[in-house]
Design a binder for this molecule. Structure first.
Ligand code: HEC
Length: 124
């Protein structure tokens, strides 16, 4: 009888541990945007680091893959204005999915870029 009680206590502890770890996992799935701030985006501080990290290896002025240069505000602005910058990172139909051969960039980074473009893509 005593052994049985200890076993069931252990079982409850194990079940709690499993449940709490599941809860933690699902919280991240449910709120993936937790901590993603998209207000008042700055080209220099917010947008440029995303491009440097994900795109520059192929789209610097010297690499210029596909004839696409994203180095410098003026060069980037051409691709912002014709819609292909956003279309390619969002992987909308009709655009080449970017970054090429790699997973889509983080949803939070896409939202930052969308917010910056909605503000008029300022050179700030
Ligand atoms: C591994 C190299 C590579 C990386 C990294 C890469 N690209 Fe490209 N990109 C290319 C090549 C090659 C082309 C031309 C062929 C094509 O359109 O698929 C291209 C084309 C494009 C175009 C024109 C697409 C169109 O539909 O007209 C845009 C815009 C673009 N890239 C943006 C980006 C952005 C933004 C990133 C970073 C998030 C990025 N690329 C990362 C290689 C890359």
């Amino acid at each position: 009888m005593k052994v049985h009680r200890i076993t069931s206590k252990l079982f409850i502890l194990a079940a709690l541990a499993v449940l709490s770890s599941c809860y933690y996992d699902s919280e991240e799935d449910l709120y993936p945007e937790l901590g993603c701030s998209t207000d008042d985006m700055s080209y220099v501080n917010d947008i440029l680091p995303i491009i440097d990290q994900n795109c520059m290896v192929c789209h610097s002025a010297s690499a210029n893959f596909g004839g696409v240069t994203l180095e410098g505000y003026d060069a980037l602005k051409i691709w912002v204005d014709n819609g292909r910058f956003l279309g390619s990172i969002r992987r909308d139909p009709g655009f080449s999915p970017m970054p090429q051969g790699q997973p889509q960039i983080l949803q939070c980074n896409i939202e930052k870029i969308e917010s910056w473009i909605n503000d008029g893509a300022p050179n700030n």
